[in-house]
Ligand binder design. Structure first.
Ligand code: BGC
Length: 532
């Protein structure tokens, strides 16, 4: 047993609120997912990543957990999760859960207990408390997230939050202790040690229920004032070592790129999501908002060209040269900002984007609905913390999955808009039903690309990737014998490429070979095997 399976994963991210609603209350549930496993199996994905589906007041869509060991009643029961995991396994699909490691909800009994106390717990505080409002915030990387909040209960003083005020940071200690700042516990103080043990207990509980591992939310937010994240990495390395013994095939995936330091990596992969610059340099065409982690830039995938492939390529080359066999997961999009179908990007432009996502040497993660080209809907109201600030609106990427043209799979339009986010009101919105009947649809293309990736292992995450033309059109070799050409623009593009004589086109649209030159029509792409 080992974690090597992750290199062959094709991940599908399910935002449970919005995927499939079996009981018509307007909110998705686990039974809805179980009912659609055959569809996921038809599509060909082999790993599901669930956003948090645990008990929660849903101030931050479930990233504010009030009980890690209990499925949120609105999604079902723990037994439903076990049934889902088993039914998925029968179809060769693994299930990953989201581990919100850095904070809980204020409704968690740990927090309620400390809030009701009149001072520190004799066993060590699970949260970070200060009697006086601390003057400086040296606690986190994300401006304004790790800040102090006045106690809303009997416990005097202030507590440290990790994201929204209702998400108090769990106390994993501080890398630097300062005289006069008594809230800075050492990383091995009793409170931090209790929390480390709790992470083990939570992981063991769900692994014993059959899940395959975890995506770790804000993985590097744990130890505070930790320049370079050295102490946080050590903490995860400890947990990783325990996992390797206790659950050898379970994986741990961080949100983002694990900081490179001394010693073995703590996580099994790196994960490029929409908030990261390298991802944005491929796909983010702005508009929905700007997360405060990077400067706005022109994405490589856009109709008029003008972007650069280099920010992504440089990151890829850096990461793979350090650790060639370590997977880098690349999302089509996710629950934290734009979808792939966003702004002026047309349905035709999604086709080369998916051809890239499913033939590059990364492990693909498909955000539910992207495979049919569901659009980001601008201007939707805040639902369950989806608007972080006026310029950062996540509502538009969290709308209900568009199964068919009418109310279906429980997503009655009325119920969904009353209780949750509305379904895209455009009568021409893409749907699974229509696209399954249309062999020329994006859904069929995504399915064909996933199938091709399985049939031609050189297109997966194990073989090398060598770029031949890092501009428009993009051209790269996979392994020794597979060549991929991608034209993200709406212009006709031509490039000279060697070795195409006699090559076999495995899948392509709008490409023509003439001697050593290949021409691609607007949004064309081609995948060739060079040796017949
Ligand atoms: C998640 C967000 C969440 C935040 C706080 C992020 O990494 O992806 O959706 O709001 O962490 O938990």
């Amino acid at each position: 047993m080992s974690t090597d399976w992750l290199r062959d994963a094709v991940i599908y991210e399910i935002y449970p609120q919005s995927f499939a609603d079996s009981n018509g209350d307007g909110i998705g549930d686990l039974r809805g997912v179980i009912d659609h496993l055959d569809h996921l199996s038809w599509l060909g994905v082999n790993t599901i990543w669930f956003n948090p589906c645990f008990a929660s007041p849903f101030r931050d869509a479930g990233y504010d957990v009030s009980d890690y060991l209990q499925i949120a009643p609105r999604y079902g029961t723990n037994d439903d999760m076990v049934e889902l995991v088993d039914a998925a396994a029968e179809r060769g699909i693994r299930v990953l859960l989201d581990l919100v490691a850095g904070h809980t909800s204020i409704a968690h009994e740990w927090f309620r207990g400390e809030l009701a106390a009149d001072g520190p717990s004799p066993e060590g505080d699970r949260y970070v408390w200060s009697l006086n409002p601390p003057l400086r915030d040296t606690s986190g990387d994300i401006p304004g997230t790790a800040a102090w909040v006045p106690s809303p209960g009997p416990r005097p003083g202030w507590y440290l939050k990790n994201f929204f005020d209702e998400q108090p940071a769990l106390n994993f200690g501080w890398a630097r202790l300062e005289p006069g700042e008594p809230w800075r516990d050492a990383v091995d103080a009793p409170g931090p040690m209790r929390n480390r043990q709790a992470l083990r207990d939570i992981m063991a509980f769900w692994l014993d229920h059959g899940v395959a591992g975890f995506r770790v939310d804000m993985a590097f937010s744990l130890v505070k004032d930790d320049p370079g994240h050295g102490e946080t990495t050590r903490l995860w390395r400890d947990l990783r070592a325990w996992l390797a013994e206790a659950y050898p095939d379970a994986v741990l995936i961080p949100e983002g790129i694990e900081p490179r330091g001394q010693g073995t990596p703590a996580f099994d992969a790196d994960f490029l999501l929409v908030i990261f610059e390298q991802h944005a340099s491929l796909f983010d065409n702005g508009g929905a908002g700007q997360v405060p982690f990077h400067e706005p830039l022109e994405p490589f995938f856009q109709a008029e060209g003008g972007g650069s492939f280099h920010p992504f390529l440089d990151a890829w080359e850096g990461l793979t040269s350090e650790a060639p066999s370590r997977p880098l997961i690349l999302a089509s999009a996710d629950h934290d900002l734009n979808r792939l179908a966003h702004g002026p990007r047309t349905a035709a432009e999604l086709r080369p984007a998916f051809a890239f996502l499913l033939t590059w040497g990364t492990v693909p993660s498909i955000y539910y609905g992207d495979e049919i080209g569901m659009r980001y809907l601008p201007g939707l109201p805040d639902v369950e913390g989806s608007i972080c600030n006026p310029a950062y609106n996540r509502s538009g990427c969290r709308t209900p999955m568009q199964w068919d043209g009418t109310a279906n799979a429980g997503f009655s339009t009325a119920a969904a808009s009353e209780l949750y986010l509305p379904i895209d009101p455009d009568p021409a919105r893409p749907t699974v039903l229509a696209q399954r009947d249309d062999p020329g649809s994006l859904l069929h293309l995504v399915r064909d690309l996933i199938a091709l990736r399985k049939d031609e292992p050189a297109l997966g995450a194990r073989d090398g990737t060598r770029v031949l033309h890092a501009d428009y059109p993009l051209a790269y070799l996979r392994g020794d014998d597979h060549l991929v050409l991608i034209n993200p623009t709406t212009d006709v593009r031509t490039v000279e490429l060697p070795r195409l004589d006699g090559a076999r086109l495995l899948l392509g649209e709008g490409v023509g070979v003439n001697g050593g030159a290949v021409t691609t029509a607007a949004c064309g792409f081609g995948i060739w095997r060079l040796q017949p």
